[in-house]
Ligand binder design. Structure first.
Ligand code: FES
Length: 274
């Protein structure tokens, strides 16, 4: 019998901690840490058993700990965006949350020790935090550019400074780092760093800009798509992304099963709706 690649379990909320206006939620989720690869995600059912507004929600897996005092745990970086995420950040420790993870295809890692630039906006950093370590283990030079509306929505810069050769920060209000938007600074950053691979996680306009700027410089790009994932397991077709396949045929694919990480040059960006 082969071991499962995806686990369905009632994860237990162990703790949550504020990080500016974001939250780090720790869940006891046996087995997920061992299977997780950067770029895969967890699908949670939010709202609790008494809710009439149950919602499924996808989260990047921020960190994993295969063993510790409480067993195998995972951490999620949560932005309060809707009733479901508000419920999650207020749940009492011990609350059971139905969880399916890890889902989707992870970031592909380069075979050679090359230069990589990681670009992430706000809670998108959760998709690339572990990736930076994996790339460094392979001998890659890792540069990181983080963006946020403000300091309060920025996470992970300190952690990433332990791994990456450089970490640059851009905030829209200038409260920390350079004032501006990630997409504005990206061309100059890539000209300076000259990466062979660019990884990105964040809203669609940032992913699109990253793919275009990487391609213009002859670099590969991999983008982590974070649109709606109503089921997370390939059943609802609520996460379709227009791409061009390796056979050069245009088609729509499910982000939850064929993604969420895509080659940036394969996405038909003009047709992406969210
Ligand atoms: S989220 Fe349902 S098919 Fe992808």
């Amino acid at each position: 019998m082969t071991a499962p690649r995806v686990l369905h379990t009632d994860a237990e909320v162990l703790a949550h901690k504020r990080a500016g206006s974001l939250h780090v939620v720790t869940l006891v989720a046996p087995g997920v840490a061992e299977l997780h690869r950067p770029g895969t995600f967890a699908e949670l059912t939010l709202g609790g058993p008494d809710s009439d507004r149950l919602a499924r929600h996808a989260f990047w897996i921020l960190r994993t700990r295969p063993s510790g005092t409480y067993g195998s745990t995972i951490e999620l970086l949560v932005a309060e965006r809707d009733p479901g995420t508000r419920w999650l950040v207020q749940t009492a420790p011990g609350t059971a949350v139905p969880l399916t993870a890890p889902l989707g295809r992870p970031f592909a890692l380069p075979r050679e020790a090359v230069t990589c630039t990681l670009v992430a906006h706000e809670d998108g950093v959760a998709a690339v935090l572990g990736l930076a370590g994996r790339l460094k283990e392979r001998g890659c030079v890792v540069h990181v550019v983080l963006g946020a509306a403000s300091d309060a929505r920025l996470y992970g810069a300190l952690d990433l400074r332990r791994t990456a050769r450089t970490v640059q920060v851009v905030t829209a209000d200038g409260s920390v780092g350079r004032r501006g938007e990630l997409a504005e600074v990206l061309p100059a950053v890539l000209d300076e760093q000259r990466p062979e691979v660019v990884y990105a996680a964040g809203p669609v306009p940032l992913l699109r800009a990253t793919a275009a700027e990487a391609e213009a410089r002859g670099a590969w790009s991999q983008v982590a798509y974070a649109g709606a994932m109503p089921c997370g397991v390939g059943h609802c077709l609520g996460c379709l992304v227009p791409v061009v396949g390796e056979d050069a045929v245009a088609r729509n694919v499910r982000a939850c099963t064929e993604g969420p990480v895509f080659r940036g040059d394969r996405v038909r960006w003009d047709e992406v709706t969210s």
